[in-house]
Ligand binder design. Structure first.
Ligand code: GLU
Length: 474
């Protein structure tokens, strides 16, 4: 552990607090990556909290994608998942405390009155806001309480002065209290509202650092005021800039962002995703490719980017390819094997020991494990479908005798690369051909395409039986 870590003054506790109202995408999961990394880098704790109070829009399927995505990326929480819906009693308890301390008052202004107020304010070019009709003040006479109207509860925001914090990304932010109206913190049915629940949770979960998207900057001064009303010290905040999609718009499910788990299904490596996402808003000098361990060793809140980062799928593929190349062949084979089973190959066949070697032979030319599985299928499948154009171009009648001779020459002899290379040479000499005139049609017949690694390595891995059957299949 580095000095920075051991000298950390507080026991860091961070959280990721997604709302399961849509499938979590890369922009969202980046808001999990940094708090997770910060907790890991400092020996702290990382807490997962599912903010599921929007009953209409929250779904179990969205929760599942959050849990699966995080577990795939190895971002395991130390505590949680906690579900806000299961903490309602606790919120109500704190609400009662706040009310008893005089920080909350009932407001009977109806929706229709609020609408009329908003319209009048807009017409007068004023910022729409609650006008404080029901806010109790010493000496103020409140209107008569209307009969049978359940009130909302409003938070008595401090008047005058500023709310300020030193944001780890944005620097000092100061908001005048007079710009904040009295927030509704409980609905007429008594259920607490969003900002209040977040504060209660952040207090109860002893969160020291709130690292979240900057779409929450507007909530922060309100939350800080609630912390103070509860006599608690607010956490340190770091508001991360938005992640833009390739079109430069805010990344969202509505404009085509994929659920995180789809990248797993498309053959991306968790290591590569962590690497790519880490760079989407944070840097360590010019380092582009790094391991999870390096990231966790280097990560701190001092090098977070201030401007919006733009997603670039080609770059992600490139990062993935770098990790794939560097990965151990056995480990790669373990990722490719289940994909082959899904495609109908028998588990016993796949376990014949060739798969790590197939991965070794092809990983330089693949950028995903799906692409690697596409190659492996050629080795484990009964037949291979050659690209027609390549077949027409290379498997010509003129190549026929040489292909037949090679099939014959390969019948007997110790099956290794040297034997295969010698057989090819011998056929070339006998037929008066140059290497490509035989190697290209052999590749097309055996592997389905002329674009393969060295032909002797290819044939050796394919196995005698398949090679001979495919050479004859002209
Ligand atoms: N639930 C909020 C969201 O998904 C995050 C709240 C927070 O981090 O404070 O945007």
């Amino acid at each position: 552990m580095t000095e920075k870590n051991t000298s950390a003054p507080v026991h860091v506790r961070t959280r990721f607090a997604p709302s399961p109202t849509g499938f979590i995408h890369l922009g969202n999961i980046r808001s999990a990556l940094y708090p997770w990394a910060f907790a890991r880098a400092t020996g702290g704790d990382f807490i997962l909290r599912i903010e599921d109070t929007d009953l209409e829009r929250s779904t179990q399927a969205a929760v599942d994608v959050i849990l699966e995505g995080m577990s795939w990326l190895g971002m395991d929480p130390d505590e949680g998942p906690f579900y806000q819906m299961q903490r309602m009693d606790r919120y109500k308890e704190v609400l009662a405390q706040l009310q008893a301390a005089g920080h909350v008052y009932p407001c009977y202004t109806s929706m229709a009155e609020l609408d009329a107020l908003r319209e009048a304010q807009m017409a007068a070019k004023e910022k729409p806001r609650y006008n404080g009709t029901w806010r109790p003040e010493p000496g103020k006479i409140l209107p008569p309480v209307p009969a049978g109207v359940p009130p909302v509860l409003r938070f008595k925001n401090p008047q005058g002065g500023v709310v300020a914090w030193d944001d780890k990304v944005k620097g000092r932010i100061e908001i005048r209290n007079d710009e904040l109206d009295d927030l509704v913190i409980a609905r007429p049915d008594g259920t607490p509202t969003y900002n209040f629940c977040v504060v209660v949770d952040d207090i109860d979960m002893a969160i020291t650092h709130v690292i979240r998207g900057d779409d929450h900057v507007n909530n922060t001064p309100r939350q800080i005021n609630i912390f103070q009303a509860l006599d608690k010290v607010p956490p340190i905040y770091a508001h991360l800039p938005t992640v833009l999609n390739e079109q430069g718009e805010k990344m969202s499910k509505r404009n085509g962002a994929k659920p995180v788990t789809q990248y797993r299904d498309e053959g991306y490596l968790p290591e590569a995703m962590v690497n790519y996402l880490a760079r989407l808003g944070w840097s360590h000098g010019d380092d582009e490719i790094f391991s999870r361990e390096q990231f966790l060793e280097w990560f701190n809140l001092d090098h977070l980017g201030r401007s919006a980062a733009q997603f670039d799928e080609a770059k992600l593929r490139w990062v993935n390819a770098q990790h794939l190349k560097a990965m151990d062949d056995e480990a790669l084979a373990a990722l490719v094997a289940p994909q082959l089973e899904k495609r109908g190959m028998a588990a016993a066949d796949i376990a014949d020991g060739r798969l790590p070697r197939i991965c070794a032979l092809f990983k330089d030319r693949c950028d995903t494990t799906v692409a690697l599985a596409d190659w492996a299928v050629v080795f484990y499948g009964d037949t291979v479908q050659a690209v027609q154009e390549e077949r027409d171009k290379h498997v010509t009648p003129a190549a026929g005798p040489a292909l037949a001779a090679l099939a014959e020459a390969l019948q007997e002899g110790a099956w290794d690369k040297a034997f295969i290379a010698a057989a090819i040479k011998q056929v070339l000499a006998a037929q008066g051909l140059k290497m490509p005139q035989l190697a290209m049609p052999v590749r097309v017949l055996v592997a389905g395409t002329a674009h393969t690694p060295s032909v002797d390595a290819l044939l050796e891995l394919m196995g005698r039986e398949k090679v001979i059957a495919r050479l004859k299949n002209r």
